[in-house]
Design a protein around this ligand. Sequence first.
Ligand code: AMP
Length: 228
Amino acid sequence: MVQCFSMLLVREKFSKRLRNYDFLALRGIFVPLIKSYSMLNLVLFGPPGAGKGTQSAFLVDRYHLVHLSTGDLFRYNIKNETALGVLAKSYMDKGQLVPDSVTISMLEDAVNKNPEAKGFIFDGFPRTNAQAAALDVFLQGQNTGITSMVALEVPEAELRSRLASRAKTSGRPDDANPAVIQNRIDVYNNETAPVKEFYETQGKYHGVNGVGSIEDITERLVAIIDAL
Ligand code: AMP
């Protein structure tokens, strides 16, 4: 009788441990999955001078996201005279795009360095359809994806005048040279603008009027993001 009772106790203890173990194992699988699927990942899109950097600063604060700007990452590498910086500079100084393979792996590294992120604002990336496709594959591998592309729509004349005044304070050589500015706008129209279609076909494109006060434009973006 006593033997029987102690056997029952052992069995009960064992199955409790198993239940706890199951719960922990499931939690280990589901919590990261739920977290990944509930991430807010935004592509902030627009031509050079559209105000992506300025608006990112507000959105990062409001939605607690990590801001990843490929332009900033390249400038950081240029400042620190890394091999990547030397390579990137040779393209940036001419207003050309840095090759996809280099840009994509730099971006993926930056995402991997932020495993606790609740989401990302991708600023200045993707700039080609190949980058957009690579980003989709990479995020799928992390059980997440792009929530939406929000685009700042600004006419070309306005961009030129904004870049000319930004050149006085930005210290960016690519803002100071009209020929380089023209090249950046041409590259945008030819290689980057088609990325809009990539997200449109997925039903993820949202454009806002990017002309007006900084606060008004932030409000337009927030209205879209809150409704996602
Ligand atoms: P931005 O700060 O976004 O205006 O970028 C400055 C420059 O960095 C661009 O003109 C490109 O030469 C380079 N760059 C930034 N992002 C990318 C990207 N996603 N793909 C290729 N080149 C990029």
